[in-house]
Design a binder for this molecule. Structure first.
Ligand code: NDP
Length: 334
Protein backbone atom coordinates (compact mmCIF):
# COMPACT_ATOMS: atom_id res chain seq x y z
CA UNK A 1 0.00 0.00 0.00
CA UNK A 2 1.26 3.42 -0.91
CA UNK A 3 0.82 6.67 0.95
CA UNK A 4 0.97 10.04 -0.81
CA UNK A 5 3.47 12.46 0.73
CA UNK A 6 2.87 16.16 0.09
CA UNK A 7 5.41 18.85 1.01
CA UNK A 8 4.83 22.44 2.07
CA UNK A 9 5.29 23.62 -1.51
CA UNK A 10 2.70 21.08 -2.71
CA UNK A 11 0.26 22.28 -0.03
CA UNK A 12 0.79 25.96 -0.82
CA UNK A 13 0.18 25.33 -4.52
CA UNK A 14 -2.82 23.01 -4.08
CA UNK A 15 -4.61 25.07 -1.40
CA UNK A 16 -4.95 28.68 -2.63
CA UNK A 17 -6.46 31.06 -0.08
CA UNK A 18 -9.64 31.75 -2.06
CA UNK A 19 -10.35 28.02 -2.39
CA UNK A 20 -9.56 27.40 1.27
CA UNK A 21 -12.06 30.05 2.39
CA UNK A 22 -14.81 28.07 0.64
CA UNK A 23 -13.52 24.74 1.96
CA UNK A 24 -13.54 26.13 5.52
CA UNK A 25 -17.04 27.57 5.15
CA UNK A 26 -18.31 24.17 4.04
CA UNK A 27 -16.52 22.31 6.83
CA UNK A 28 -17.74 24.70 9.53
CA UNK A 29 -21.31 24.42 8.27
CA UNK A 30 -21.09 20.62 8.22
CA UNK A 31 -19.71 20.62 11.76
CA UNK A 32 -22.65 22.68 12.99
CA UNK A 33 -25.00 20.29 11.24
CA UNK A 34 -23.63 17.47 13.37
CA UNK A 35 -21.23 16.00 10.82
CA UNK A 36 -18.10 16.11 12.98
CA UNK A 37 -16.51 13.99 15.68
CA UNK A 38 -14.14 16.40 17.33
CA UNK A 39 -12.51 15.83 20.73
CA UNK A 40 -10.56 18.55 22.50
CA UNK A 41 -6.86 18.71 21.64
CA UNK A 42 -4.50 16.49 23.57
CA UNK A 43 -1.36 18.41 24.51
CA UNK A 44 1.99 17.36 25.99
CA UNK A 45 4.33 20.13 27.13
CA UNK A 46 8.04 19.61 27.57
CA UNK A 47 8.89 20.05 31.26
CA UNK A 48 10.62 23.40 30.66
CA UNK A 49 7.54 24.66 28.75
CA UNK A 50 9.64 25.75 25.73
CA UNK A 51 7.61 23.58 23.41
CA UNK A 52 4.70 21.20 23.17
CA UNK A 53 3.20 18.61 20.90
CA UNK A 54 -0.51 18.53 20.19
CA UNK A 55 -2.71 15.80 18.81
CA UNK A 56 -5.84 16.81 16.91
CA UNK A 57 -7.83 13.85 15.58
CA UNK A 58 -11.22 14.14 13.95
CA UNK A 59 -13.86 12.93 11.55
CA UNK A 60 -15.98 15.02 9.23
CA UNK A 61 -18.92 14.05 7.07
CA UNK A 62 -20.34 16.42 4.53
CA UNK A 63 -21.85 16.19 1.09
CA UNK A 64 -18.63 17.01 -0.76
CA UNK A 65 -16.15 15.52 0.07
CA UNK A 66 -18.27 12.85 1.73
CA UNK A 67 -16.07 11.69 4.63
CA UNK A 68 -12.69 12.65 6.06
CA UNK A 69 -10.86 10.82 8.83
CA UNK A 70 -7.48 11.80 10.16
CA UNK A 71 -5.41 13.82 12.54
CA UNK A 72 -2.88 16.58 12.85
CA UNK A 73 0.21 16.08 14.96
CA UNK A 74 1.80 19.47 15.51
CA UNK A 75 4.59 20.78 17.67
CA UNK A 76 4.47 24.39 18.81
CA UNK A 77 7.75 26.03 19.75
CA UNK A 78 6.84 29.71 20.20
CA UNK A 79 10.47 30.84 20.31
CA UNK A 80 11.22 29.51 16.83
CA UNK A 81 10.53 32.71 14.91
CA UNK A 82 13.94 34.22 15.67
CA UNK A 83 15.76 31.00 14.71
CA UNK A 84 14.00 30.80 11.36
CA UNK A 85 11.99 27.66 12.03
CA UNK A 86 8.22 27.68 11.80
CA UNK A 87 6.64 27.81 15.26
CA UNK A 88 4.12 25.14 14.14
CA UNK A 89 5.56 21.97 12.55
CA UNK A 90 4.17 18.53 11.97
CA UNK A 91 2.01 16.44 9.71
CA UNK A 92 -1.62 16.04 8.81
CA UNK A 93 -2.55 12.42 8.11
CA UNK A 94 -5.58 11.45 6.09
CA UNK A 95 -7.05 7.94 6.30
CA UNK A 96 -9.36 5.94 4.08
CA UNK A 97 -12.82 5.79 5.66
CA UNK A 98 -13.74 2.30 4.40
CA UNK A 99 -10.70 0.24 5.38
CA UNK A 100 -8.70 2.68 7.45
CA UNK A 101 -5.41 2.67 5.59
CA UNK A 102 -3.34 5.89 5.45
CA UNK A 103 -4.03 7.85 2.25
CA UNK A 104 -1.71 10.79 2.65
CA UNK A 105 0.79 12.54 4.89
CA UNK A 106 1.20 16.28 4.39
CA UNK A 107 3.07 19.21 5.85
CA UNK A 108 1.13 20.72 8.76
CA UNK A 109 2.93 24.08 8.86
CA UNK A 110 1.48 25.23 5.58
CA UNK A 111 -1.97 23.75 6.18
CA UNK A 112 -2.13 25.48 9.59
CA UNK A 113 -0.96 28.78 8.13
CA UNK A 114 -3.53 28.76 5.32
CA UNK A 115 -6.57 27.19 6.99
CA UNK A 116 -6.40 29.41 10.08
CA UNK A 117 -6.38 32.57 8.00
CA UNK A 118 -9.08 31.16 5.71
CA UNK A 119 -11.35 30.67 8.75
CA UNK A 120 -10.73 34.28 9.71
CA UNK A 121 -11.69 35.09 6.13
CA UNK A 122 -14.96 33.21 6.56
CA UNK A 123 -15.62 35.04 9.84
CA UNK A 124 -14.75 38.40 8.31
CA UNK A 125 -17.08 37.80 5.38
CA UNK A 126 -19.88 36.96 7.81
CA UNK A 127 -19.23 39.55 10.54
CA UNK A 128 -17.34 42.59 9.21
CA UNK A 129 -19.10 45.52 7.61
CA UNK A 130 -19.35 45.19 3.84
CA UNK A 131 -17.29 48.36 3.43
CA UNK A 132 -14.58 47.34 5.91
CA UNK A 133 -11.16 47.78 4.38
CA UNK A 134 -8.89 49.54 6.88
CA UNK A 135 -6.86 46.60 8.12
CA UNK A 136 -4.59 46.42 11.17
CA UNK A 137 -2.44 43.36 11.74
CA UNK A 138 -0.75 42.84 15.10
CA UNK A 139 2.22 40.51 14.67
CA UNK A 140 4.35 39.89 11.61
CA UNK A 141 4.94 36.14 11.52
CA UNK A 142 3.43 33.28 9.54
CA UNK A 143 -0.17 34.01 10.51
CA UNK A 144 0.22 37.72 9.84
CA UNK A 145 1.21 36.90 6.25
CA UNK A 146 -1.61 34.49 5.54
CA UNK A 147 -4.11 36.78 7.27
CA UNK A 148 -3.19 39.59 4.89
CA UNK A 149 -3.95 37.20 2.02
CA UNK A 150 -7.23 36.10 3.61
CA UNK A 151 -8.41 39.66 4.27
CA UNK A 152 -7.59 40.56 0.66
CA UNK A 153 -9.65 37.55 -0.45
CA UNK A 154 -12.83 38.68 1.31
CA UNK A 155 -12.67 42.50 1.44
CA UNK A 156 -11.32 45.34 -0.69
CA UNK A 157 -8.53 46.81 1.40
CA UNK A 158 -8.03 50.60 1.44
CA UNK A 159 -5.23 50.67 3.97
CA UNK A 160 -3.00 48.13 5.75
CA UNK A 161 -1.08 48.83 8.97
CA UNK A 162 1.11 46.44 10.88
CA UNK A 163 2.60 46.52 14.36
CA UNK A 164 4.99 43.93 15.71
CA UNK A 165 6.96 43.61 18.94
CA UNK A 166 10.22 43.56 17.00
CA UNK A 167 10.14 46.55 14.63
CA UNK A 168 12.60 44.95 12.18
CA UNK A 169 10.18 42.06 11.68
CA UNK A 170 7.35 44.47 10.93
CA UNK A 171 9.62 46.25 8.43
CA UNK A 172 10.41 42.93 6.74
CA UNK A 173 6.71 42.06 6.64
CA UNK A 174 5.98 45.38 4.91
CA UNK A 175 8.88 44.98 2.48
CA UNK A 176 7.70 41.52 1.44
CA UNK A 177 4.00 42.40 1.26
CA UNK A 178 2.30 42.34 -2.15
CA UNK A 179 0.40 45.52 -1.15
CA UNK A 180 1.60 48.72 0.55
CA UNK A 181 1.82 48.31 4.34
CA UNK A 182 2.45 51.06 6.92
CA UNK A 183 4.62 50.01 9.85
CA UNK A 184 3.28 51.53 13.08
CA UNK A 185 5.25 52.18 16.27
CA UNK A 186 2.54 50.90 18.63
CA UNK A 187 -0.38 48.49 18.51
CA UNK A 188 -2.64 51.38 19.45
CA UNK A 189 -1.49 53.43 16.46
CA UNK A 190 -2.03 50.42 14.19
CA UNK A 191 -5.64 49.83 15.23
CA UNK A 192 -6.67 53.49 15.55
CA UNK A 193 -9.79 53.81 13.38
CA UNK A 194 -9.28 50.37 11.79
CA UNK A 195 -12.40 48.41 10.85
CA UNK A 196 -10.58 45.08 10.38
CA UNK A 197 -8.13 43.88 13.03
CA UNK A 198 -6.23 40.59 13.09
CA UNK A 199 -4.27 39.72 16.23
CA UNK A 200 -1.67 37.13 15.23
CA UNK A 201 0.92 37.26 18.02
CA UNK A 202 2.31 34.70 20.42
CA UNK A 203 1.78 37.24 23.23
CA UNK A 204 0.75 35.96 26.66
CA UNK A 205 -0.55 39.35 27.85
CA UNK A 206 -2.97 41.67 26.01
CA UNK A 207 -1.68 43.50 22.97
CA UNK A 208 -5.14 44.85 22.03
CA UNK A 209 -7.25 46.97 24.38
CA UNK A 210 -10.98 47.41 24.08
CA UNK A 211 -10.70 51.16 24.58
CA UNK A 212 -8.84 51.42 21.27
CA UNK A 213 -11.56 49.76 19.16
CA UNK A 214 -13.51 51.95 16.78
CA UNK A 215 -17.29 51.45 16.57
CA UNK A 216 -18.05 48.98 13.79
CA UNK A 217 -14.69 47.22 13.93
CA UNK A 218 -14.35 43.48 13.37
CA UNK A 219 -11.57 41.60 15.18
CA UNK A 220 -10.13 38.19 14.33
CA UNK A 221 -8.31 37.03 17.49
CA UNK A 222 -6.04 34.23 16.40
CA UNK A 223 -2.89 34.13 18.48
CA UNK A 224 -3.75 33.07 22.03
CA UNK A 225 -4.62 29.37 21.85
CA UNK A 226 -4.34 28.36 25.50
CA UNK A 227 -6.23 29.08 28.70
CA UNK A 228 -3.24 30.85 30.24
CA UNK A 229 -2.57 33.26 27.36
CA UNK A 230 -4.46 36.21 25.94
CA UNK A 231 -4.04 38.89 23.30
CA UNK A 232 -7.16 40.89 24.14
CA UNK A 233 -7.91 42.67 27.38
CA UNK A 234 -11.20 42.14 29.16
CA UNK A 235 -12.79 45.28 27.69
CA UNK A 236 -12.05 44.18 24.12
CA UNK A 237 -13.90 40.90 24.67
CA UNK A 238 -16.72 42.45 26.69
CA UNK A 239 -17.39 45.22 24.14
CA UNK A 240 -17.68 42.79 21.25
CA UNK A 241 -20.29 40.43 19.90
CA UNK A 242 -18.36 37.19 20.24
CA UNK A 243 -18.40 34.28 17.78
CA UNK A 244 -16.11 31.26 18.23
CA UNK A 245 -15.00 28.35 16.08
CA UNK A 246 -16.10 25.86 18.74
CA UNK A 247 -17.82 26.70 22.02
CA UNK A 248 -16.43 23.69 23.89
CA UNK A 249 -12.90 24.73 22.89
CA UNK A 250 -13.47 28.37 23.82
CA UNK A 251 -14.69 27.65 27.36
CA UNK A 252 -11.81 25.22 27.93
CA UNK A 253 -8.90 26.69 25.99
CA UNK A 254 -9.38 30.39 25.26
CA UNK A 255 -7.55 32.73 27.64
CA UNK A 256 -9.11 35.69 25.83
CA UNK A 257 -12.53 34.43 26.88
CA UNK A 258 -11.59 32.92 30.25
CA UNK A 259 -9.74 35.97 31.65
CA UNK A 260 -12.68 38.22 30.75
CA UNK A 261 -15.05 35.76 32.43
CA UNK A 262 -12.82 35.52 35.49
CA UNK A 263 -12.89 39.32 35.73
CA UNK A 264 -16.69 39.08 35.98
CA UNK A 265 -17.17 41.15 32.81
CA UNK A 266 -18.90 38.39 30.85
CA UNK A 267 -20.56 35.03 31.36
CA UNK A 268 -20.71 31.95 29.15
CA UNK A 269 -23.72 33.51 27.41
CA UNK A 270 -21.41 36.18 25.98
CA UNK A 271 -20.56 33.63 23.30
CA UNK A 272 -23.26 34.22 20.70
CA UNK A 273 -22.47 30.93 18.98
CA UNK A 274 -20.20 29.08 16.61
CA UNK A 275 -19.15 30.34 13.20
CA UNK A 276 -20.78 27.37 11.46
CA UNK A 277 -24.12 28.18 13.11
CA UNK A 278 -23.75 31.79 12.04
CA UNK A 279 -23.23 30.62 8.45
CA UNK A 280 -26.40 28.55 8.76
CA UNK A 281 -28.31 31.66 9.85
CA UNK A 282 -29.07 30.31 13.32
CA UNK A 283 -28.22 33.57 15.09
CA UNK A 284 -27.39 37.17 14.25
CA UNK A 285 -23.76 38.26 14.30
CA UNK A 286 -23.57 41.89 13.32
CA UNK A 287 -26.80 43.81 14.00
CA UNK A 288 -25.70 47.17 12.65
CA UNK A 289 -22.81 49.32 11.43
CA UNK A 290 -21.79 50.32 14.97
CA UNK A 291 -21.41 46.82 16.44
CA UNK A 292 -17.95 45.59 17.33
CA UNK A 293 -17.65 41.94 16.35
CA UNK A 294 -15.04 39.42 17.45
CA UNK A 295 -14.14 36.01 16.05
CA UNK A 296 -12.10 34.02 18.54
CA UNK A 297 -10.19 31.34 16.68
CA UNK A 298 -8.59 28.41 18.46
CA UNK A 299 -8.22 26.10 15.49
CA UNK A 300 -10.06 22.79 15.28
CA UNK A 301 -9.18 19.49 13.63
CA UNK A 302 -11.95 19.57 11.03
CA UNK A 303 -10.21 22.60 9.48
CA UNK A 304 -7.10 20.48 8.94
CA UNK A 305 -9.08 17.47 7.76
CA UNK A 306 -11.18 19.36 5.25
CA UNK A 307 -8.06 21.11 3.95
CA UNK A 308 -6.22 17.78 3.71
CA UNK A 309 -9.07 16.15 1.84
CA UNK A 310 -9.21 19.04 -0.62
CA UNK A 311 -5.42 18.95 -1.12
CA UNK A 312 -5.48 15.17 -1.57
CA UNK A 313 -8.20 15.37 -4.20
CA UNK A 314 -6.29 18.09 -6.07
CA UNK A 315 -3.03 16.14 -5.80
CA UNK A 316 -4.59 12.98 -7.25
CA UNK A 317 -6.12 14.96 -10.11
CA UNK A 318 -2.81 16.71 -10.88
CA UNK A 319 -0.42 13.85 -10.15
CA UNK A 320 1.30 15.85 -7.40
CA UNK A 321 3.30 14.52 -4.44
CA UNK A 322 5.40 11.44 -3.95
CA UNK A 323 3.81 8.03 -3.55
CA UNK A 324 5.70 5.98 -0.96
CA UNK A 325 5.21 2.29 -0.15
CA UNK A 326 4.11 1.93 3.47
CA UNK A 327 1.83 -0.85 4.71
CA UNK A 328 1.31 -4.32 3.25
CA UNK A 329 -0.97 -4.70 0.24
CA UNK A 330 -4.38 -6.21 1.02
CA UNK A 331 -4.46 -10.02 0.85
CA UNK A 332 -7.87 -11.09 -0.51
CA UNK A 333 -9.20 -14.24 1.11
CA UNK A 334 -9.37 -17.15 -1.32
P1 NDP B 1 5.28 33.17 14.38
O1 NDP B 1 6.30 32.57 15.28
O2 NDP B 1 5.49 33.12 12.93
O3 NDP B 1 5.07 34.70 14.79
C1 NDP B 1 4.87 35.03 16.13
C2 NDP B 1 4.52 36.51 16.21
O4 NDP B 1 4.18 36.78 17.58
C3 NDP B 1 5.66 37.41 15.82
O5 NDP B 1 5.16 38.45 15.04
C4 NDP B 1 6.15 37.95 17.17
O6 NDP B 1 6.55 39.28 17.08
C5 NDP B 1 4.90 37.93 18.00
N1 NDP B 1 5.17 37.80 19.42
C6 NDP B 1 5.79 36.78 20.04
N2 NDP B 1 5.81 37.00 21.37
C7 NDP B 1 5.18 38.18 21.57
C8 NDP B 1 4.89 38.94 22.73
N3 NDP B 1 5.23 38.51 23.96
N4 NDP B 1 4.23 40.11 22.57
C9 NDP B 1 3.87 40.53 21.34
N5 NDP B 1 4.12 39.86 20.21
C10 NDP B 1 4.78 38.70 20.34
O7 NDP B 1 3.91 32.49 14.79
P2 NDP B 1 2.60 32.23 13.92
O8 NDP B 1 2.33 33.42 13.08
O9 NDP B 1 2.67 30.91 13.29
O10 NDP B 1 1.50 32.12 15.08
C11 NDP B 1 1.11 33.29 15.79
C12 NDP B 1 0.18 32.89 16.92
O11 NDP B 1 -0.99 32.29 16.37
C13 NDP B 1 0.77 31.85 17.89
O12 NDP B 1 0.39 32.18 19.21
C14 NDP B 1 0.12 30.57 17.46
O13 NDP B 1 0.03 29.61 18.49
C15 NDP B 1 -1.25 31.06 17.01
N6 NDP B 1 -1.91 30.16 16.07
C16 NDP B 1 -3.26 30.04 16.15
C17 NDP B 1 -3.94 29.19 15.32
C18 NDP B 1 -5.42 29.07 15.39
O14 NDP B 1 -5.98 28.16 14.77
N7 NDP B 1 -6.10 29.96 16.07
C19 NDP B 1 -3.22 28.36 14.33
C20 NDP B 1 -1.81 28.66 14.25
C21 NDP B 1 -1.19 29.53 15.10
P3 NDP B 1 8.05 39.73 16.66
O15 NDP B 1 8.46 38.83 15.50
O16 NDP B 1 7.87 41.13 16.23
O17 NDP B 1 8.89 39.57 17.87
Amino acid sequence: MNVLVLSHTDVARLLPMEACVEVMAGALRATSQGGAVLPLRSVVWMPDRTGMIGLMPGFLEQSDPPKSLGLKVVSIFPGNHAAGYDSHQGVVMLFDTRYGYPLAIMDASSITAIRTAACSGVATRALARDDAGDLAILGSGVQARTHLAAMRAVRTLRRVRVWSRTPANAQRFAAESPVPVEVMPTARAAVDGADLICTTTAAREPVLEGAWLAPGAHVNAVGACFAATRELDTAAVARARLVVDRTESAINESGDFLFARRDGAIGDDHILGELGDLLLGRFTGRRGAGDITLFKSLGIAIEDLASAHYIYTQAIAQGAGISVPLGPDPQPHP
